[in-house]
Design a protein around this ligand. Structure first.
Ligand code: NAD
Ligand code: TYD
Length: 342
């Protein structure tokens, strides 16, 4: 397995993964295949442009002819699929694009894997497929109860991978990662949105009561989990990947404001997201038995990430003044403000 096709590799986690693989495996070639949607950013990969072991192909995973041509032309050995529409709030506004990429696109990649006899297909999925977990932690055999158009489309994608393994013996693997944070995350997600808004002295739109719980994981830990499953996972297997850092949104927000020395009065409690999952929590025993454990503490990872956004305002400033500005106006300007933090 030397030629990896990293689909969605121009996005947040995929670009971090491409860098990690090139550094860790000196004999590997990474081919990033990406549609460059609003979330795909060539800047995330710019430092790789002169690397002879890196190739970029502009393409859509739902375009079977292009996928097939790419796999054949470059002699791809394995696919790791990060490509997705990835934001819950956008899925509530426009679910159709999620079905096209997160469901149909996965089918196209599975067909290519099967047709060309690739060694591995790893589908990067999410802990959100379990639905809200009010107590305890999800294990891989738990029922999937997705509750947003995003999580339902991700469940559709990974279920196909599982079915291909059973039906055609296609060598598939699935990882279910928890909320990921770190450098190069598009500022629509809570953490980079709140960090960059706070830097700009803009309000932080806190959904509902702020008592929602997410299990935060640094992107490098997520990538090392995916790498391990790709190389050591049992074919047909499903693996939870989670940071083990369950935090209430309000506490994460206080930590951001404190580090940036900004007042809590920036917090505006706003109208909640429909169907907002109260809590996610994954049990990572299965992956840990393969030898994985997260390396980055939440406190250190958050501090480093805040510093990265402080030092890279050109990266996110460009994004926020582009496509993002229209999105933000549409999503937030009409959102009712319920109260302001004192
Ligand atoms: P992202 O939105 O930052 O990046 C998605 C990438 O996929 C972009 O580069 C985009 O251009 C590309 N893409 C979108 N549609 C495409 C298509 N049809 N064909 C080819 N490329 C396409 O997402 P992310 O946060 O890096 O997430 C990566 C993957 O990890 C996703 O599958 C997501 O569901 C999963 N995941 C994310 C998190 C998280 O907290 N961010 C947690 C668990 C799992
Ligand atoms: P998000 O980053 O969208 O990830 P996900 O919904 O996939 O977990 O949101 C993380 C948490 O932050 C979630 O509970 C929703 C909340 N949130 C806000 O309170 N305000 C916001 O503006 C956003 C984007 C999210």
């Amino acid at each position: 397995m030397q030629k990896l096709m990293v689909t969605g590799g121009a996005g947040f986690i995929g670009s971090n993964f491409a860098h990690m693989i090139l550094e860790k495996y000196p004999d590997y070639h990474v081919l990033v295949y990406d549609k460059l949607t609003y979330a795909g950013n060539p800047e995330n990969l710019r430092d790789l442009n002169d690397n002879p072991r890196y190739t970029f192909v502009h393409g859509d995973i739902a375009d079977a002819a292009k996928v097939d041509e790419t796999v054949q032309t470059y002699g791809v050995d394995a696919i790791v699929n990060f490509a997705a529409e990835s934001h819950v709030d956008r899925s509530i506004e426009e679910p159709g694009g999620f079905i096209q990429t997160d469901v149909y696109g996965v089918y196209v990649l599975l067909e290519a894997t099967r047709k060309f006899g690739l060694e591995r297909f790893l589908q990067v999925s999410t802990d959100e497929v379990y639905g809200a977990v009010l107590s305890g932690s999800s294990v891989e055999t738990d029922l999937l109860q997705p509750r947003s158009p995003y999580s339902a489309s991700k469940a559709g994608g990974e279920l196909q991978a599982q079915a291909y393994y059973v039906t055609y013996n296609t060598p598939t693997l699935v990882t279910r990662g928890s909320n990921t944070y770190g450098p190069y995350q598009y500022p629509e997600k809570m953490l980079p949105l709140f960090i960059t808004n706070a830097i700009e002295d803009k309000p932080l739109p806190m959904y509902g009561d702020g008592m929602y719980v997410r299990d935060w994981m640094h992107v490098l830990d997520h990538c090392s989990g995916i790498d391990l499953v790709l190389h050591k996972g049992e074919l047909g297997g499903i693996y939870n990947v989670g940071g083990g850092n369950e935090r209430h949104n309000i506490d994460v927000t206080y930590a951001i404001l404190d580090r940036l020395d900004k007042p809590r009065s920036l917090i505006h409690y706003v109208q909640d997201r429909p169907g907002h999952d109260r809590r996610y929590s994954v049990d990572t025993t299965k992956l840990r038995t393969l030898g994985w454990e997260p390396q980055v503490s939440f406190e250190q990872g958050l501090a480093d990430t805040i510093d990265w956004y402080k030092n890279n305002d050109q990266w996110w400033g460009k994004i926020k003044s582009g496509e993002f500005a229209g999105y933000y106006a549409k999503m937030y300007e009409q959102r009712e403000i319920l109260s302001k933090h004192e």
